[in-house]
Ligand binder design. Structure first.
Ligand SMILES: Nc1ncnc2c1ncn2[C@@H]1O[C@H](COP(=O)(O)OP(=O)(O)OP(=O)(O)O)[C@@H](O)[C@H]1O
Ligand SMILES: [Mg+2]
Length: 378
């Protein structure tokens, strides 16, 4: 039997938890043909939510839906390659005419993909070096989307990457094409909220005010625990409400971590024995034990100041005013300026993240398992 708490791949609809309000809002916004900016902390559930939207009958039956994660890309070349590859992937499983339509639109890449002359089977063999003019290929992609025969939705995940490309004016270029395209709605997603909000909220930027915004937070506690109890029961196992709440509260509802813990709880559940908070705590300890070696290696790569600050933030959970005298004193740190240095190094390594709360930044450990491990170890 598959574990019903999915921690990788696509989640079957029956095991997708809640997000009802968000789903309703997204469907309504798509119906109104507005582009969407979807942000959240890492691992809160953006990608799964987009997949869930795509699985709704309203969307599945009426649109071509595309999804590309551009996190690995560092140039327009690569982005253009990934976008074309995704369109190919979606169309190749559809009727032949749909793919033919796309092949015909992409003149600049003809030769690198199409039908294999020997087998007649479609193949996509475009290499980065085949894209001589990414601007031209991009134009062709948009001309395809405009005439795709069906309305399209294109989700581009980790969209903030485009602001790092070395080519000039990528934002302006893309914005112009998107503005001219009436047949495709875009979902821009990402976890780097600050870069993304800057792209969409400052008047000088090409994407200013061009999308409806949704910030995705945790699933509400009651909804998540109801789901947990139901999924255990439907699969012949039992967990107490307190145990489900313990899992939720330990990670403040942060989806991936709660789900991962429940996944392991489920795989260890025995018929006829109801899991209690203590059982869940033991499962968490095992998970941390397993990760212990890699967490220790991360610690080894940090200098003393960075370690100190990382531990202080882990102890606080959500740490604000980290360069204040009070924070430095409470955690016996060296000085506000050394905290400043260490914080910026830890941010660069993505070991910590921050939220702007009011005028000050509140820091937390990105990987919540790591935070638990630090708190157990130090
Ligand atoms: N609605 C949900 N129901 C059940 N599990 C979920 C749900 N949303 C997220 N998860 C769990 O959390 C994990 C992370 O979700 P997802 O990959 O969508 O997050 P993300 O915000 O896209 O993360 P990243 O920032 O790393 O791209 C999923 O693999 C799944 O285990
Ligand atoms: Mg994602």
């Amino acid at each position: 039997m598959d574990n019903p708490f999915y921690i990788t791949g696509t989640i079957p609809e029956a095991y997708f938890c809640d997000r009802e309000r968000e789903t309703e809002w997204l469907l309504r916004t798509l119906r109104n043909k507005a582009h969407i900016l979807l942000t959240s902390p890492r691992r809160m559930g953006k990608t799964q939510l987009i997949r869930h939207i795509y699985a709704q009958a309203d969307i599945k039956d009426h649109y071509y839906t595309f999804y590309t994660d551009i996190f690995p890309t560092t140039s327009l070349h690569e982005m253009v390659l990934l976008l074309s590859k995704e369109i190919y992937r979606v169309l190749v499983s559809r009727e032949k005419s749909a793919l033919d339509h796309f092949l015909a639109a992409l003149h600049s890449l003809s030769g690198s993909f199409g039908y294999d002359p020997a087998t007649g089977r479609p193949s996509f063999d475009v290499k980065l070096g085949d894209i001589h003019s990414p601007e031209l290929t991009l134009e062709e992609i948009f001309s395809y989307l405009e005439n795709a025969g069906k309305p399209c939705i294109f989700a581009i995940d980790e969209f903030q990457q485009i602001s790092q490309y070395p080519e000039k004016n990528v934002e302006a270029l893309l914005r112009t094409y998107i503005q001219q395209c009436n047949n495709c709605i875009f979902i821009y997603a990402g976890s780097n909220r600050h870069i993304l909000e800057n792209m969409f909220q400052s008047a000088a930027k090409p994407f200013y005010n061009s999308a409806e915004q949704m910030f995705l937070g945790p699933i509400p506690r009651e909804s998540y625990t109801d789901f947990t109890l139901r999924v255990f029961k439907e699969n012949g196992m039992e967990i107490s409400l307190e145990a489900a709440q313990w899992a939720y509260d330990t990670f403040e509802g942060h989806t991936y971590f709660v789900h991962n813990l429940l996944h392991h709880c489920f795989s260890r559940a025995e018929t006829g024995k109801m899991l209690q908070p203590e059982d869940v705590r033991l499962v968490l300890e095992d998970i941390l034990e397993e990760k212990s070696h890699s967490y220790a290696s991360i610690m080894n790569l940090l200098n003393y100041q960075q370690k100190e600050v990382l531990i202080a933030i882990a102890k606080e959970g959500n740490a604000s005013k980290v360069t204040s005298v009070a924070f430095v004193k409470t955690h016996a740190l060296t000085s506000p300026s050394s905290v400043q240095y260490a914080t910026s190094a830890l941010l660069d390594k993505q070991l910590i993240t921050y939220e702007n709360i009011g005028r000050s930044k509140t820091y937390s450990i990105t990987d919540r398992f790591f935070r638990e491990w630090i708190n157990l170890t130090y």
